[in-house]
Write a protein that binds this ligand. Structure first.
Ligand SMILES: Cc1cc2nc3c(=O)[nH]c(=O)nc-3n(C[C@H](O)[C@H](O)[C@H](O)COP(=O)(O)OP(=O)(O)OC[C@H]3O[C@@H](n4cnc5c(N)ncnc54)[C@H](O)[C@@H]3O)c2cc1C
Length: 381
């Protein structure tokens, strides 16, 4: 087996959208020796399974630091997409049609009304549509839809193209991407990171970013204590249909599911939220649940060929918030994980925040609610 490099200025553990976004942001800030280590293939886990929706407003019930962080990242996307196109020639297919949220029941309508009221009060762009107006926008949606909200700024990106663009951007800027290598433990001496142990040998470094997705809290440091993140995998299944003509232009939600039309003609439908450990398979019950929600959105889906199905594991911290920034107790240790349902959306802002924490030694105090220091320390073993 080939031996790994022996030193690096910064090591990133995990090659999903988050690790790749952090690596690129560090290299753009002038860090020359960035090493990203991925156990399998780059982007092959949750980041490829995702639907690619950038929809902070559609999902938010209140204003909160998390809500503002997601909006900030969504609003970074136009520049992020343009930069990636410039760096790689890859178009990540950032759409601008907006997102629709449909109500079918009294309860749905009440939820939509509450969302409309608080977001209008907060001065956010949001539109209320009658049943007729929504059918004019999307003729294939269910005639039973009673009302809808339109979120003009919430949108989507082709997350698999995003992964490919980030890989190429990193390669071109000189980031070393090492696949097929597992990090097995962190080395901590006198409360500071001094290296990592991998399946190909020891690498000495003073800065580590844990971006290991759903596996982030399995990493230990021998008998040394680490923040007790308790990241758990939450399985999400997805279905993919192939209509002969496009069925919708917008991302369309109900409280029970969503459909996402891709530029290449595919129509994705999702998803489930299941606590099934690290089991990644598609199940009959998952397919049934997604189909029911998709057919409620558009009965025309019933006749479409179902061409693909997959599942991925969302990384969820105990309090459901992302875990971002330096660890106060262990110098050189940083976290970029726990992005749960929003890792594609949060990739640009996470890259910026973590690169700035490492290069400028700065982390905004208003974002301390995301700090790994909110968890107590415990030895993982
Ligand atoms: C069905 C589904 C739909 C989703 N839809 C959306 C959406 O519409 N919008 C959105 O914003 N988000 C969505 N998400 C969530 C999003 O996919 C995740 O939040 C995001 O992909 C997390 O990225 P990540 O890089 O942290 O994790 P991952 O993509 O899982 O990458 C983590 C990587 O770390 C590697 N790794 C772990 N441990 C080690 C180790 N010890 N050594 C080496 N490598 C290691 C893994 O092999 C993996 O490749 C969805 C998720 C699912 C499952």
């Amino acid at each position: 087996m080939l031996k790994s490099r022996e030193t690096a200025e910064v090591v990133i553990i995990g090659g999903g959208v988050i690790g790749l976004a952090v690596a690129r942001a560090l290299a753009l800030r002038g860090v020359r020796d960035v090493l990203l280590i991925e156990r399998g293939s780059l982007g092959a886990e949750a980041s490829s399974a995702a639907a690619g929706m950038l929809a902070p407003q559609a999902e938010a019930n209140r204003a909160h630091e998390f809500f503002y962080l997601t909006c900030r990242s969504r609003d970074m996307y136009p520049a992020f997409a343009a930069e990636l196109l410039d760096e790689t020639g890859i178009d990540i297919e950032l759409e601008t049609a907006g997102t629709l949220y449909l109500a079918f029941t009294d309860h749905d309508a009440e939820e939509l009304q509450k969302r409309y009221e608080w977001q209008t009060r907060a001065g956010l762009p949001i539109e209320k549509l009658s049943a007729q107006a929504v059918r004019e926008l999307e003729p294939a949606i269910n005639e039973e839809a009673r009302a809808a909200l339109k979120f003009p700024l919430d949108t989507q990106v082709e997350n698999r193209r995003l992964i490919n663009a980030l890989i190429l951007a990193n390669e071109r800027i000189g980031v070393h991407l090492e696949t097929g290598t597992a990090v097995t433990s962190l080395k901590i001496e006198r409360d500071r990171i001094t290296g990592i142990e991998t399946s190909r040998g020891f690498i000495s470094t003073n800065a580590v970013v844990i971006a290991g997705g759903a596996w982030s809290s399995l990493l230990g440091a021998g008998d040394k204590a680490l923040p007790q993140l308790r990241i758990k995998p939450v399985r999400g299944q997805m279905l993919c249909f192939q209509p002969s003509l496009p069925l919708a232009r917008h991302v369309v939600y109900s409280p029970r599911g969503y459909i996402v039309p891709r530029r290449d003609g595919r129509l994705l439908a999702g998803s489930t939220s299941e606590h099934a450990g690290f089991e990644k398979q598609v199940t009959a019950a998952g397919v049934q649940q997604i189909l029911a929600a998709a057919l409620e959105l558009s009965p025309r889906i019933a006749s479409l060929p179902l061409t693909d199905a997959w599942a991925g594991l969302r990384p969820r911290a105990a309090d459901t918030l992302p875990v971002l920034g330096p660890c106060g107790e262990i110098a050189g240790l940083h976290y970029a994980t726990g992005h749960y349902r929003n890792g594609i959306l949060l990739a640009p802002v996470t890259g910026e925040l973590i690169a700035s924490a490492i290069v400028d030694k700065a982390f905004p105090s208003e974002l301390e609610i995301f700090s790994p220091d909110r968890f107590g320390l415990v030895a993982v073993g």
